[in-house]
Ligand binder design. Structure first.
Ligand code: WT7
Length: 567
């Protein structure tokens, strides 16, 4: 029996007040995500149940009960308070997937501060834009990553402290402090901040076509969405061992790698190690994973390793599989059914939506290649590309749009009100993706409606890459676009024209690639650089990325007059 039961029935009868009931929240109750994910589970008598099974690169396994998570997150909250963190302050999490990341996330929320997770592979330039915009007060990091903050500290007047929670640098800067969860005095009792439904909780940065990344701000009541989607889409139950492969630097890793499962009191495991098919399968077998939430790029990498290797591991514990982040090809769904005896269920959502909005449900027929149907409580449509009226013809492509009002919807782009406002058209929130809806109500993803590059499920903004490219001494002008890639769907390709006195060469290509990798991140690094004498531009001088992109994809360039209209 699935948790959701009959989808059609649920879709017809559901309203968000039911999500509150399902979580056990009543009007006027105390609300705090940190409390709901630890203390409350303990109050339900599950304090000694395993909350986290963590496995490191070298195979070390650490286990934490809900009571451990409760006490250790209290300890973090108390420590942050002692160094001056107050309600509403931004505290950045910048570390690998170590236990401290999961625990301090809850600690920050218990204090009423705002958790700002940033992907640990980010370089100084990716960091500085996000920390500057958020006016982050404290960064929690590890020795391994602290050096990147040293490079940018002078540009961050609001940053008071960098707390190193693992390892000890030989020489400390005056703003650096050490904190060790192991040796800290444990805090058994803590009064969590009494959040209301609209109190800010998490700030996740996401990339757009123009300008620097935007911070999507979420609130404590997002938990209503995350709880009920975890229950009905991931189908999480009391005895499950759940594995979300996403990093909490991205929204999947917080909404479904912390909040959703723990608000249900479900045991989850984390693998903080690089990818190999064997390692992943062994992890599933060793910990008897039952529900697995992953991404198409990972699935394609597993497909590449073939079905034979699957047979070497006992993965009979698996019972439900879901995927997110990029289009899940029909072949991947069919392959997983053959390889694991279970299909991956595609789920569609965004940093901005905070929780799944269009998905395939356990028990509902999957049409391989489709993203499924809107979650109960989500009114979705596709809007005509020109008129922005809802499309009524089945199969016609439009812009995915959602009626605002579900609990986990972002409340702002941090200090970017105009961009936030521009996401709403005629009373709809427009996701920035194109899709069609078939006669049975299934959604089919077509592509993004902007120039954002989706590489391996991670969005990277062309503007951020182009700005960084211009800082390279040899680069005069540049354009970054996505080019097709067998595994990652898209990778970054940069078109570059050089300043006088520079000649194209393999060395220069490598030098530019490394320059971006170090400054921004490995994700943003162009996998190819094409040197050109000039870039296609509109009459007003704006670079026409779409012309370059179309060439990479072997598509018609189409109506370039629209590009002129974009000026
Ligand atoms: C963008 C959001 C929240 C999930 C992690 C990414 C693309 C997401 C799908 C899917 C096709 C998808 C869209 C979306 N995307 N899921 N199932 N099929 N595309 O969050 O970084 O905010 O990215 O990822 O383009 O707008 P994000």
């Amino acid at each position: 029996m699935t948790n959701i039961g009959n989808y059609e029935e649920k879709y017809k009868t559901f309203d968000w007040s039911q999500a509150r009931e399902i979580l056990g929240y009543k009007e006027g109750d105390f609300l705090n995500i940190g409390y709901y994910c630890s203390d409350r589970i303990c109050e339900q008598g599950k304090g000694s149940k395993l909350a986290l099974i963590w496995e490191g690169m070298d195979g070390t396994v650490k286990k934490y009960t809900f009571d451990d998570i409760r006490i250790l997150s209290n300890t973090y909250a108390e420590y942050l308070k002692s160094i001056g963190i107050e309600k509403g302050d931004r505290v950045c999490l910048f570390m690998d997937k170590i236990p401290d990341l999961y625990i301090s996330f809850l600690g920050i929320l218990k204090l009423g501060a705002i958790a700002q997770p940033l992907f640990s592979a980010f370089g100084p330039e990716s960091l500085v834009t996000r920390l500057e915009n958020a006016e982050t007060k404290v960064v929690l990091t590890t020795k391994k990553h602290a050096f990147k903050l040293r490079k940018i500290k002078d540009d961050l007047p609001a940053l008071e402290k960098v707390v190193i929670v693992e390892g000890e640098p030989k020489k400390m800067e005056d703003y650096e402090v050490l904190f060790s969860l192991e040796s800290a005095d444990k805090v058994d009792k803590l009064e969590s901040f009494a959040a209301d439904l609209e109190s800010p909780s998490v700030l996740h940065y996401t990339s757009g076509t123009t300008g620097q990344p935007k911070g999507a701000l979420h609130v404590h009541s997002s938990i209503f969405s995350q709880h009920v989607t975890s229950k009905w889409v991931l189908d999480l139950k009391e005895d499950d061992v759940y594995w979300c492969t996403a990093d909490p630097g991205w929204v999947t890793g917080t909404s479904y790698g912390i909040i959703g499962p723990w608000s249900l009191g479900v045991t989850q495991c984390v693998l903080d190690a690089g990818f190999t098919a064997e390692r992943w399968y062994k992890f599933i077998a060793d910990h008897k994973v039952t529900v697995w939430y992953s991404a198409p790029t990972a699935i394609r990498m597993l497909m590449k390793q073939g079905k034979e290797v699957v047979k070497k591991f006992d993965m009979s514990s698996l019972r439900h599989l879901c995927s997110v982040g990029e289009p899940l090809n029909a072949e991947a769904v069919i392959w997983s059914e053959e390889a694991y005896g279970l299909p991956f269920h595609d789920t569609f959502w965004q940093t901005e939506t905070g929780a799944m909005v269009i998905t395939n449900y356990p028990g509902m027929e999957i049409k391989p290649g489709s993203m499924g149907k809107p979650f109960p409580g989500i009114q979705a449509t596709v809007l005509d590309l020109k008129t922005h009226e809802p499309v009524t013809e089945p199969g016609k492509v439009g812009l995915i749009a959602l009626k605002p009002g579900w609990p986990s919807m972002f409340r702002a782009y941090w200090k970017k009100k105009d961009i936030y406002d521009s996401k709403f058209i005629k009373g709809w929130y427009v996701c920035g993706d194109r899709a069609s809806i078939d006669k049975d109500g299934y959604y089919w993803f077509v592509g993004r409606d902007d120039d954002v590059i989706n590489t391996g499920g991670h969005l990277v903004g062309p503007f951020e890459i182009e700005s960084a490219l211009l800082e390279h001494p040899a680069v005069a002008e540049s354009a970054a676009v996505g080019k097709p890639d067998e595994i990652n769907m898209e990778v970054v390709k940069a078109f570059v024209s050089l300043k006088p006195g520079n000649e194209p060469s393999d060395e220069l290509e490598l030098s530019i690639m490394n320059f971006i990798r170090k400054k921004l991140s490995p994700l943003a690094m162009p996998q190819e650089i094409e040197f050109v004498s000039s870039l296609p531009k509109t009459r007003s001088g704006k670079i026409m990325r779409r012309v370059l992109r179309a060439k990479e994809w072997g598509e018609e360039i189409g109506d370039t007059s629209t590009l002129v209209d974009d000026e």
